[in-house]
Design a protein around this ligand. Structure first.
Ligand code: FRU
Length: 495
């Protein structure tokens, strides 16, 4: 049936057909409807001919496809950008309404990238391109100047936009969204790679304190693991200048499939911000096998709620956790659970979960905070047909590494050299000796969240058989370590 192809995620957004990349124009409207636009080539399975596709949701898991919002022409494409709600009609486009929507995006032509705007009278479904475009160009003209993200700061608009090959994020201000004044630059922070793309500036709550600011910069190509990666800088912003707390490069995800993420406009800075990313990597996104057999390429990540915390030796961290699943479970009752696992294992086969989308949560406590900690905790999702699996686990002791693997999956991963098959991260020793692991698996995507979301990873995979078994095993743990685990099934949100 519709959206029920073998690799089609059932609680993640993916386009009806064609090629998708970056999330664009994310905003929540006055009625609480979330709007997601995305880089979209509706006519091919590779990038090019970029439009803005559009989908809406009440909960960010259950999506309704809308008509394409912005169209490429023969010689210009609509590249990434953002949306704001012009409540006070600062633009003058909306004399009779307080829910006017303005899109700010890059127009890409063969000679130049410039920033254009388009306005919508109907809350973001259809747009009219502004006659005075472009609203911002680079002098001299640049073919690498893109991805404007606009936010409201007091009585002004602030834009961050990337001079991609110069490793510069430009900050501009405006009172009307049409005239933009340069305010400052942020340059050469953290990782460089070969290009900077898709900057985001967002005010974010802090665990146990007042809000701070975060500047997010996507890098492609040239990530340490290859291809695309996203880094962020916690810091301070005074309306014109952003100052990072330190010079460190921090990454949003230790996998290889979380790129060009965007924060939703319209959420107050005192509330957890909501982040959604493109779950792929420019190194292989145009080759993944969903293209040939199912006619679509790429899904979005799970929507995450984010806040800042400063409780480890390495300083500020962005904490990401999945938005609550609420009504999405097949039943509020777990499929399987064991709250005192000890050194043993739990397994559950779930052929009855029609979506084959699963959430598991596991808490390990009592790990000694010293050199005597030992043992492992491993999980697998496997196929009873083909014995393929994706897996991961903690290796306690030392740096408490966590690893993730898509090595035991046949097909694409065996032939594409850039589809890296293992990822890992070190977990700063947690003073109370507790390790929380959460995972969401959804046919061709797995996301894990460690230590209440301090580290997270997104990993896509394309097995030949359906994964229908979960197993979690602990071994060699010190006495007194306790392990609890529970597993839930999801209903498909496309049903
Ligand atoms: C990031 C990106 C953006 C650009 C868009 C084009 O993935 O390269 O910089 O606007 O994709 O589709």
């Amino acid at each position: 049936g519709l959206y029920n192809e073998t690799w089609r995620p059932q609680i993640h957004y993916s386009p009806p057909k064609g090629f998708m990349n970056d999330p664009n124009g994310c905003f929540v409207d006055n009625n609480g409807t979330y709007h997601l636009y995305y880089q979209y080539n509706p006519t091919a399975l590779v990038a090019g001919n970029q439009h803005w596709g559009h989908a809406t949701s009440r909960d960010l898991y259950t999506w309704e496809n809308q008509q394409i919002a912005l169209y490429a022409t023969e010689d210009s494409q609509i590249f990434s950008g953002s949306i704001v709600v012009d409540v006070n009609n600062t633009s003058g486009f909306f004399p009779n309404q307080n829910n006017g929507v303005v899109a700010i995006y890059t127009l890409n032509t063969k000679d130049e990238q410039v920033q254009d705007i388009a306005y919508s009278y109907d809350g973001g479904y259809t747009f009219i391109e502004y006659a005075g475009n472009p609203v911002l160009a680079s002098t001299p003209a640049s073919s690498q100047f893109r991805d404007p993200k606009v936010i409201r700061y007091g009585e002004t608009w602030v834009m961050v936009v990337s001079y991609a090959q110069e490793f510069v994020i430009g900050f501009f201000t405006s009172t009307d969204l049409k005239t933009w004044t340069p305010a400052s630059n942020f340059t050469h922070g953290g990782l460089l790679g070969l290009q900077w793309e898709c900057p985001n500036l967002v005010q974010m709550p802090v665990q146990g304190g007042g809000p701070m600011w975060v500047l997010v910069i996507s890098i492609n190509p040239g990530a340490p693991q290859g291809g695309s990666i996203t880094q962020y800088f916690p810091g301070y912003f005074n309306g014109t200048v952003f100052t990072a707390v330190d010079g460190a490069a921090r990454i949003t995800d230790f996998g290889k499939d979380n790129y060009a993420g965007q924060f939703f406009y319209g959420i107050p800075g005192t509330e957890d911000q909501v982040f959604i990313a493109w779950a792929s990597n420019w190194q292989y996104c145009e080759e993944v096998p969903t293209g040939e057999t199912e006619g679509w390429r790429s899904s979005m990540s799970i929507p995450c709620s984010t806040l800042l915390a400063n409780v480890t030796r390495s300083g500020w961290d962005m904490i990401s956790t999945p938005l609550p699943f609420g009504q999405l479970y097949v039943s509020q009752q777990p499929l399987a659970q064991n709250y005192s696992l000890g050194n043993s294992s739990i397994s559950v086969s779930y052929p009855d979960v029609v979506s084959r989308a699963i959430y598991f949560q596991c808490e390990i406590s009592g790990i000694p905070n010293n050199t005597y900690s030992q043992g492992t905790l491993n999980f697998t999702f496997s196929s009873s047909q083909t014995h393929e699996n994706v897996s991961g686990g903690f290796f306690f002791g030392g740096d408490n590494s966590f690893w993730l693997s898509r090595q035991n999956v046949q097909g694409f991963g065996e032939t594409n050299p850039f589809f890296t098959d293992k990822f890992s991260v070190a977990n700063p020793i947690n003073s109370n000796g507790t390790f929380v692991l959460e995972g969401v698996i959804d046919r061709s995507i797995l996301e894990v969240f460690l230590d209440h979301g301090r580290n997270s990873a997104t990993m896509t995979f394309f097995p030949q058989g359906e994964l229908d078994m979960f197993e979690l095993t602990t071994d060699g743990l010190n006495e007194g370590v306790s392990v609890s685990v529970a597993v839930w099934g999801f209903n498909s949100t496309w049903a």
